[in-house]
Unconditional design. Structure first.
Length: 434
């Protein structure tokens, strides 16, 4: 050891890393598991991205659990993901609603009430998605047309330019093609049996299935409740960032960071208030329900355990127990969960193509044309635009024909004037005062 001055010596000191001091606080496993269930069982990477791009949760600045420290049995049973192929489209158009893609999944067994199919629509730019449950393929075009009209009304600054649909029989309608041609929408159909040309819609269906299966397995709902799980999975996908964007589709469309504080575990127990006509002063004020999603941050959807009927309730009036999962039909009923067949081809012959689809499309188009022709009598038509399509045969000011004015004047009763001089008038020959 080298000596410099009396009492001082030189030595080599190597730095020692102290992970326990520099790393942030480790997240609690129970809290991590709770939010993993609330968000629809996402993977570790997706979980981290959701937490970073949202608020209303306590996991913002905490260290996540590693893969070996956390195992979800519902994810292990319900997910099996293979390696993805090479991306075919490197750059998508940044314009919202420039191209939307759609497809139908089904027939699905067991059926969810009257529903045997679900139809998906996804925007190629923001990955915004919409799902509709269908009882038959014949109503697919009516649901699609209603959603197009809704998008054009909600986003008039972003016109739909192209729609890519599956090359199936339910997506071939002369009335629908004529309607799209009249408003400038190009309808595209991929090559038959080439599913990669409609890859966005096919991928969305797969993602919905990957989320819906763990939701059902974590809860005590039967397989016939897949419709509720699919709709809740759709709402959760809108909150998830995608591989193409850093932010979620809901944030890209609304421009605001999503608040996820209202999310609860799918299938958990919720105590909803009993309506005033059905409750008494000394009786219970709430009843048990099964949470199956939400319509908005302030309105939840729940099932009545005994009748399987769906109702809505105000979020602030409800109390949740996310550790209890009620059973449909009562606690004494045994759970019988069947496997879900997402494409039961043996049932396709039971849903043949009819003329109901064409008639329903024509009815919706007629109602929209009537709405465009009629002005709003309570609102100034100069200041309000009902649609970005100009209304037909509606002038800015309605002129009343002269014939109607003449008839109205003739039918009016003559006003009888009072006798005597008008107020403030003077006599030409004033009377003499007595």
């Amino acid at each position: 050891m080298r000596s410099y001055t009396p009492g001082l010596y030189g030595t080599l000191i190597s730095s020692v890393e102290t992970h326990s001091i520099t790393n942030p606080k480790l997240v609690d496993q129970s809290t991590f598991t709770l939010w993993h269930d609330r968000l629809g069982h996402p993977g570790k990477t997706m979980m981290y991205r959701i937490i970073e791009n949202s608020h209303g949760h306590p996991l913002k600045d905490l260290k996540f659990l590693v893969k070996g420290d956390f195992i979800c049995s519902a994810c292990s049973l319900g997910k099996f993901i293979t390696k993805s192929s090479i991306t075919k489209v490197n750059v998508e158009s940044p314009i919202f609603l420039e191209r939307i893609q759609g497809d139908i999944c089904g027939p699905i067994t067991p059926s969810c009430g009257p529903f045997k199919y679900f139809m998906v629509l996804i925007d190629a730019s923001t990955r915004w998605s919409h799902v509709s449950l269908l009882s038959t393929r014949n109503v697919a075009f009516a649901r699609l047309l209603a959603q197009i009209i809704k998008l054009r009304a909600h986003f008039p600054d972003y016109p739909i330019k192209r729609i890519r649909l599956d090359n199936a029989g339910e997506f071939t309608s002369k009335s629908f093609n004529d309607y799209c041609q009249s408003i400038g929408i190009v309808v595209e159909h991929p090559v038959a049996h080439v599913h990669t040309q409609n890859g966005l819609a096919e991928s969305l269906i797969k993602r919905l299935q990957l989320i819906a299966r763990p939701l059902l397995m974590r809860s005590k709902l039967p397989s016939s409740a897949w419709g509720h799980a699919i709709l809740h999975a759709t709402a959760l996908i809108r909150l998830r960032p995608t591989a193409y964007h850093k932010f979620s589709p809901l944030q890209l469309v609304s421009g605001r960071e999503p608040d996820i504080s209202h999310l609860k575990v799918f299938g958990c127990a919720v105590y909803v208030p009993i309506p005033p006509p059905q409750r008494t002063k000394m009786g219970p004020q709430r009843r048990l329900g099964i949470y199956v999603g939400f319509e908005s941050p302030s309105i939840i959807k729940y099932l009545e355990p005994m009748t399987d009927d769906q109702f809505t309730a105000r979020y602030l009036d409800c109390q949740f127990n996310e550790t209890i999962f009620p059973v449909l039909g009562g606690e004494d009923k045994e759970i019988k969960r069947k496997d879900i067949a997402w494409n039961a081809t043996s049932m396709s012959f039971m849903d043949s193509r009819t003329n109901d689809s064409e008639l329903e499309v024509q009815r919706i188009i007629h109602l929209q044309s009537v709405a465009n022709r009629l002005p709003d009598a309570l609102i100034d038509t100069k200041r309000v635009t009902r649609s970005h399509i100009p209304a037909e045969n509606v002038p800015a000011r309605l002129e009343v024909p002269e014939v109607i004015l003449t008839q109205s004047k003739a039918s009016e009763s003559q006003i009888r004037r009072k006798r005597g001089r008008p107020i403030g008038s003077k006599d030409v020959n004033p009377r003499k005062k007595k």
